[in-house]
Write a protein that binds this ligand. Structure first.
Ligand SMILES: CC(C)(COP(=O)(O)OP(=O)(O)OC[C@H]1O[C@@H](n2cnc3c(N)ncnc32)[C@H](O)[C@@H]1OP(=O)(O)O)[C@@H](O)C(=O)NCCC(=O)NCCS
Length: 206
């Protein structure tokens, strides 16, 4: 997995100050499935994303602790990274809840289907210098593919209502807003997204 050209280590060592994608397009992005060995790097990327958000955007994104990320993998959940030229330009966690590990990460939504049919994307994040280049779109499509492969027919996501780049991206990928919620810890107004993959949804090409 830790091929040097696709190593998450490259992210920590090399990025943040230099653009990671030249604005010529998004071709060449690969999706890497992460594992518990990648926790340090996932954690570093999440903190970088949070640090780059303006104060009034901090509610968009909640960085996870290393122990949260470790538990996430140990519970059988997954994570994906988008790699371009050997550097991580985006990532997302994929929560696959079970009866033994029932946490979904959804803050304020009545679950629309049995726990073991759910796949929830969390912590979707794209490097600040790679935004608007389709990386988020590619990560969502990869999440939908993982969900289908895992037989998780009900895909869920939660977005901040003040974050149109995020909720519009889910709508565009046919994971529409189905209800609203509130994060009572900080008052953030939320949108809940849900789609059933059993309805014959067609995936766009990555
Ligand atoms: C939300 C986020 C993941 C979107 O990723 P992205 O790779 O920039 O999104 P994409 O390029 O695939 O597409 C998003 C859409 O918004 C537009 N867009 C996104 N960011 C933009 C930017 N900074 N400037 C201009 N347009 C932007 C894109 O052009 C695209 O529009 P289109 O569908 O009409 O073509 C990214 O902005 C991010 O990491 N934000 C901080 C963390 C966050 O808010 N996460 C969401 C948690 S739910």
């Amino acid at each position: 997995m830790n091929n040097q050209t696709e190593s998450i280590v490259a992210y920590v060592d090399q990025n943040i100050v230099e653009p990671v994608i030249q604005p010529v397009g998004y071709y060449g992005i690969k999706i890497k499935e992460c594992a518990v060995e990648d926790v340090d790097h996932l954690h570093a990327f999440q903190n970088m994303i949070y640090d780059f958000l303006h104060e009034d955007e901090k509610g968009f994104f909640l960085p996870k602790t290393k122990s949260f990320l470790t538990d996430h993998f140990n519970a059988g959940s997954q994570a994906i990274s988008a790699i371009h030229n050997g550097q991580v330009v985006g990532q997302a966690l994929i929560v696959l809840p079970t009866v033994q590990s029932p946490k979904t990460g959804m803050t304020d939504m009545a679950l629309p289907a049995p726990l073991e049919s759910l796949s929830i994307i969390q912590g979707l994040a794209v490097h600040p210098k790679a935004r608007g280049l389709n990386v988020g779109n590619i990560l969502i499509q990869a999440w939908l593919q993982v969900s289908e492969d895992e037989g998780r027919d009900n895909v869920l996501a939660e977005t901040s209502q003040d974050n149109p780049y995020s909720w519009a991206l889910f709508n565009k990928n046919d994971v529409p807003i189905v209800s609203e919620g509130v994060d009572l810890t900080d008052g953030t107004a939320l949108y809940n997204h849900h789609c059933s993959l059993k309805t014959g949804r067609q995936f766009a090409c990555i």
